[in-house]
Ligand binder design. Structure first.
Ligand SMILES: [Zn+2]
Ligand SMILES: [Zn+2]
Length: 293
């Protein structure tokens, strides 16, 4: 079974356990490498959105930032802690982040600066939101939107995922069909959007995760769906397993079952995103930085 896990969250963001507690658990499960990938979500005025009120109620509003300096200041001490842990434990711990991609010049400038300051080892591309007419919708807002808007928003969701993949900035894409969580995007009419997305991912050369969180929610399949997994196999896109663990009990949870389903769908190309020839924005950025100094 896969002996690494690169999609994990910790306390201080929206995880329940500390970095140490997570890594002790990972060692127990025999993992050789782990990576923490807390949320890096920057959107001006995010505290005024509908979903922010729920985040405050749930106590996880710290994952959202209104500007890049705020997000950088949350990550800097967390990354420093990982550097310290790497000195004291014989398991390799990588510095990751789960980034929500927003297609604007401001965002690009901000993320470039954040990556050059924080120097993460890898970045995960995620689409937790759909932006429409200046409103930010999360998947629950999507579910609650009027039926006449819903299809348009789901279509927008897939466009976002494609834009993120097309940026070539990420090492892998998280939970491709996250909207499945609220029961959206399951019908066959979405297969075309999914295929276009898989083609974009293929062209960008990034990996896709098979995410085992909410495995029990659906009981039949992880993210992405079997329909998408068959396309991943068809295009021979490399995949990895992710537990998306927000607490130590979930480290590697569902890996065996997810791998079995993936293989049933024809997936053979399993890989480690940190052992591939890198093609991330950070690598390009660090080259620029080397040229400057
Ligand atoms: Zn996520
Ligand atoms: Zn996550």
């Amino acid at each position: 079974m896969q002996n690494f896990s690169f999609h994990m969250h910790t306390v201080g963001f929206d995880g329940k356990n500390s970095e140490e507690e997570m890594l002790v658990k990972a060692k127990e499960f025999g993992l050789k490498q782990i990576g923490f990938s807390n949320h890096f979500i920057v959107y001006p005025g995010i505290e005024k959105t509908n979903m922010y009120t729920y985040a405050v109620k749930g106590g996880y509003e710290s994952i959202y930032s209104s500007d890049f300096d705020e997000a950088i200041s949350k990550f800097a001490p967390h990354y420093k802690k990982i550097d310290e842990l790497n000195k004291n434990y014989d398991i390799k711990i990588y510095k990751g982040m789960e980034v929500d991609f927003f297609a604007s010049d401001e965002w690009y400038k901000g993320i470039e600066r954040a990556l050059s300051v924080l120097k993460p080892d890898y970045i995960i591309g995620s689409a937790h939101f759909v932006e429409h007419n200046g409103t930010l919708y999360n998947s629950h807002d999507l579910k609650n939107s009027p039926p006449c808007e819903q299809n348009m928003l789901v279509h927008r969701y897939w466009q976002n995922v494609r834009a993120a993949a097309d940026s070539k900035m990420f090492d892998f894409v998280a939970h491709l069909d996250l909207i499945k969580k609220v029961g959206l995007g399951r019908e066959d009419i979405w297969a075309e959007d999914e295929r276009k997305t898989i083609e974009t991912i293929k062209n960008s050369g990034i990996m896709v995760e098979i995410n085992t969180s909410h495995f029990n929610f659906d009981e039949k399949e992880p993210y992405p769906s079997k329909r998408i997994m068959k396309m991943l196999a068809e295009y021979d896109i490399p995949v990895l397993l992710s537990d998306d663990a927000h607490k130590k009990e979930n480290v590697t949870a569902g890996f065996a079952k997810a791998e079995e389903i993936a293989r049933e769908c024809g997936i053979k190309n399993f890989g480690n995103p940190l052992e591939r020839k890198r093609n991330s924005l950070f690598t390009r950025l660090s080259k620029d930085i080397e040229n400057i100094f």
